[in-house]
Design a protein around this ligand. Structure first.
Ligand code: GAP
Length: 505
């Protein structure tokens, strides 16, 4: 069977060092991934492009870097401890567990066919949808458990109190207690030292609102931005890095005067959509999807997702819309909740107008891993160069700002001093901070194709004309056109080209 686009991307990502399964030599760890030498560059470039465009190129946004472990009351105030739970259902046939809201629904009693044990080669069986009204999205059975709540936050403990020891010290008392009383006592023992890995970076910005306001010479409308790891014990993980348990977010909380929030919500929705297209993402594979009232999180007045058409495989074929980023109008919910729980006044006093108010917050919340995956999928192309010769080249058409390697330098042949000239050019490029790669092995055409496959926008070749006239060949990745430029100013030439693409070096 022909490979799907997603299979090709996954295999290229591994083969060329973009994304590896975590702990692969031990059999891998589900939904955990590592970025290889090219992947780490790509993801850093995505994060740097975000930081440049959201913080450095604006006077109204400042940055922050908060700790991952925060005071547990932060999560009580934010609602994560009570409400950050997914309803889950288990399939009794294939034993998969998944989010109830993601499971296809059908009326109880509807006939279904599925494979024995959920195996592809299992005997074909017939059944009906159970009283819960769910069909297993994996094996198609209708035999599913009731919904159970499951908290998505990773709990750990901080300080000298070991929760295991506490339980052992109190085991007799626990044995005497029954039902809820026992559960509550157990929770009290564990919670003495319980802390959580943050499930979003956003709360760090809310709890530092006063610190930034008092130290940062900012006033509404202004934003606080942060890029960092978040952790969620996700149940349904799939499609490479799309949904993982450890991931990086790029979030910005924009504090505005109430009444101006809708205007800013519209502004940020457009700004964030345009950010992806400015980095070369195909507009036809992007859309803005406004949330319906029933989808809105408890804190949101409105929310719109920037969605990308990922080439994921699904029962209908290839491709499905998935969230890339959410832009939410969080109102004054978070600041008011943290005021209530911390006892600190988190309102803002505007001296000119003598007005006091709790700012509303517009939050563009993006995922660095999900964006990296989308840029990788979007860049992937198989171009028919010559149909008769069956010549197809794989090319990653990354925007120059995102390309992991910007320039590759080749000597045409390994003689006549060409390698030395080529290496000197690469050293100049590296000294300019332009990530470059030297390659002298194999035919020149093969070397170009290898760089196409990792998305390098430009290749420079040192050839006989370089030795005679001092010029080098520049080969463009997308058009495959070749031009000659003076060999002396190569680093400056690419510095200018990168600068005009919006790159900061
Ligand atoms: N502060 C709001 C917030 O966290 P979210 O929609 O849950 O909102 C924002 O997350 C973005 O973070 C998502 O649009 C997605 O890009 C990324 N994200 C969320 N959960 C993720 C996961 N399990 N794996 C990878 N990325 C994730």
């Amino acid at each position: 069977m022909a490979e799907s686009t997603m299979q090709k991307i996954v295999s290229l990502a591994k083969r060329r060092g973009f994304i590896f399964q975590s702990s692969e030599i031990y059999g891998g760890l589900k939904a955990c991934y590592d970025y290889g030498p090219l992947g780490v560059e790509l993801k850093r470039n995505v994060k740097e492009a975000w930081w440049n465009d959201m913080v450095h190129r604006r006077a109204d946004i400042v940055g922050l870097d908060c700790s991952i472990i925060m005071h547990p009351d932060v999560w009580k105030a934010s609602g994560h401890l009570a409400g950050f739970a997914d309803p889950l259902v288990d399939c009794r046939v294939c034993k998969e567990r998944f989010r109830a809201d993601k499971a296809p629904r059908a009326a109880p009693g509807t006939p279904v066919t599925y494979r024995e044990g959920g195996r592809k080669d299992g005997k074909k069986l017939e059944g009906v949808v159970g009283p819960q009204g769910y069909v297993c999205p994996v094996c198609g059975s209708g035999d599913l458990s009731d919904e159970r709540q499951f908290n998505l936050m990773f709990r750990t403990s901080l300080g000298p109190v070991d929760p295991m020891q506490e339980i052992l010290n109190n085991v007799e008392e626990l044995a005497r207690l029954q039902g809820n009383e026992r559960k509550e006592r157990l929770a009290a023992l564990i919670n003495q030292s319980a802390v959580y890995l943050r499930p979003e970076t956003a709360q760090g910005m809310f709890v530092n609102f006063l610190n930034v306001l008092n130290s940062g010479r900012v006033k509404p409308p202004f934003g606080i931005a942060q890029v960092g790891k978040s952790y969620r014990n996700e149940i349904t993980t799939s499609n490479l890095t799309f949904r993982t348990c450890e991931f990086e977010q790029m979030e910005m909380e924009y504090f505005v005067e109430p009444g101006t929030d809708e205007e800013w919500y519209a502004y940020w929705s457009k700004f964030r959509f345009d950010w992806y297209t400015s980095l070369g993402m195909r507009p036809e594979r992007l859309r803005l999807r406004e949330h319906e009232k029933k989808e809105l999180a408890h804190y949101a007045k409105a929310c719109v997702d920037v969605e990308y058409f990922y080439p994921f495989e699904n029962p209908e074929g290839e491709g499905e819309w998935g969230e890339l980023e959410g832009i939410a109008n969080r109102t004054d919910y978070d600041l008011k909740k943290h005021s209530e729980y911390s006892g600190k006044d988190l309102s803002y006093f505007e001296t000119e107008s003598k007005k006091r108010y709790t700012p509303y917050v517009i939050e563009p919340a993006a995922g660095a891993d999900r964006a990296t995956l989308a840029f990788l999928c979007d860049a992937f192309d198989e171009e028919v160069v010559d149909r008769e010769k069956n010549d197809v080249r794989t090319v990653l058409r990354f925007h120059p700002r995102l390309a992991p390697v910007k320039v590759a330098v080749f000597p045409l042949v390994k003689k006549e001093g060409m390698p030395d000239r080529a290496r000197a050019i690469m050293d100049d490029l590296l000294a300019e901070g332009i990530n470059s790669f030297y390659d002298e092995s194999g035919a020149i055409g093969r070397r170009y194709r290898r760089m196409d496959e990792v998305g390098t926008p430009w290749c420079v070749t040192v050839d006989t004309e370089t030795l005679e006239k001092g010029t080098v060949t520049v080969r463009e990745r997308d058009s495959m056109e070749q031009t000659r430029i003076p060999g002396e100013g190569v680093a400056e030439y690419f510095r200018n080209r990168l600068k005009s693409s919006g790159n900061r070096i």
